[in-house]
Write a protein that binds this ligand. Structure first.
Ligand code: DHB
Ligand code: FE
Length: 282
C-alpha cells in the first residue's frame, strides 16, 4: 500500500489569532464567533487525524530574510521550532517533521521540473503555527509530524496560481509513489481578503472571497488562471497569499471533493478569515 492524500484543509493564518489563543482571549466577544467556526474543524480533525500533514504556508521574512527568498522551499528536517517574530516565539510545541517523506517528495517533484529549495534547518512563523493551533487546538504535543512547504508570496515575482496548481499535482503524484500506507493531509494557508498597508489598508471583499471558495471547490483548474493583479485589486495586496490554496487543491483527486466544513468570518485583525475542509472521495 502506498501513501495517499485523504483531505485538504484551507485556512487564513492571521497572527492575532495565535496571540488571542496564547493570551487566553479566545472567549472574548471579539474572538468568540471566529473560534466557534473552528469547533467543527477540531472535531473533524480528531476523527480524521492523518499520519502526516503537508503544510503549505508563507514565511513572513522570519526564517528567510530579504537576503534570500526561495520561491518554493520544502522542509526536510527532523524538527522545527516556533520562530521569534518580534514578540517572542509562540508558546506552542516544537513541530516534528517527516524527513523521509519530505525527501521523497523533493526527489519526485524536482525530477518533475519544479525547483524546490531544500531546507534542513528552519524556524516556523505564524503562517505555519496558527493553522496548527486552529485545527489541532492547544496541545502539549502536535498530533502528527508536519512537513513545512514555504512559498514566496512576499517579494515579487511570486509564482502564478497555475504553477501552484500544477505543483499540487506533482506533490499528489509524489505522495502516491511513497511506499508506505500513510494518510497525508495537505493544508493551504493564508488569505483571504487582506491589505495590511497603504490607503486601502483593511480592505475586505466578501463577495470575491466567497466566489473564490465556491470556485476552489467546484472549478479549481479554471480558478488557477486568475492573474495576480485580480487577487491584489480584489482581495488586497496580501490577498495574493491565496495562491497557496491552489497547491493544496491541485494535490486533491480529480473527482469532486466532499465539503466537510466551510466557514467565513470578518473581522480578524484587519482581515477576512476563510476556511474549508475538503475530503477526497477515494
Ligand atoms: C496579518 C498578517 C498575516 O501574515 C496574515 O496572513 C494576515 C494578517 C496581520 O498582520 O494582521
Ligand atoms: Fe500571512
Amino acid at each position: 500500500m502506498m501513501a495517499r492524500i485523504t483531505a485538504s484543509v484551507y485556512t487564513s493564518h492571521v497572527p492575532a489569532i495565535g496571540a488571542a489563543l496564547d493570551l487566553g482571549k479566545s472567549g472574548d466577544d471579539y474572538w468568540k464567533p471566529l473560534f466557534a467556526g473552528y469547533e467543527p474543524s477540531k472535531a473533524w480533525f480528531k476523527e480524521n487525524t492523518p499520519d502526516v500533514i503537508f503544510l503549505v504556508y508563507n514565511d513572513h521574512a522570519t526564517a528567510f530574510s530579504l537576503d534570500m527568498i526561495p520561491t518554493f522551499a520544502i522542509g526536510c528536517a527532523a524538527e522545527y521550532k516556533p520562530a521569534d517574530e518580534g514578540w517572542g516565539p509562540r508558546p506552542v510545541p516544537t513541530v516534528k517533521g517527516h524527513a523521509e517523506l519530505a525527501s521523497h517528495i523533493a526527489q519526485s517533484v524536482i525530477q518533475d521540473d519544479f525547483d524546490l529549495t531544500i531546507v534542513n534547518r528552519m524556524d516556523v512563523d505564524h503562517g505555519f503555527t496558527v493553522p496548527l493551533s486552529l485545527i489541532c487546538g492547544q496541545v502539549a504535543e502536535w498530533p502528527c509530524p508536519v512537513i513545512p512547504f514555504a512559498v514566496n508570496v512576499v517579494q515579487y515575482p511570486v509564482p502564478s496560481g497555475r504553477r501552484c496548481f500544477n505543483l499540487g499535482r506533482a506533490i499528489r503524484k509524489a505522495v502516491s509513489l511513497y511506499d508506505e500506507p500513510l494518510k497525508v493531509q495537505i493544508w493551504g494557508t493564508g488569505g483571504m481578503s487582506h491589505q495590511l498597508q497603504g490607503p486601502r489598508a483593511g480592505l475586505i471583499n466578501r463577495e470575491w472571497d466567497n466566489r473564490f471558495l465556491d470556485r476552489l471547490i467546484a472549478e479549481p483548474e479554471k480558478l488557477a488562471d486568475t492573474p495576480h493583479l485580480e487577487y491584489v485589486q480584489q482581495a488586497g495586496s496580501e490577498g495574493i497569499e491565496l495562491v497557496m490554496w491552489l497547491i493544496a487543491r491541485g494535490a486533491m483527486s480529480d473527482l469532486p471533493p466532499r465539503v466537510a466544513h466551510r466557514f467565513y468570518h470578518v473581522p480578524a485583525s484587519n482581515t477576512a478569515v476563510g476556511h474549508l475542509i475538503l475530503e477526497n472521495s477515494q
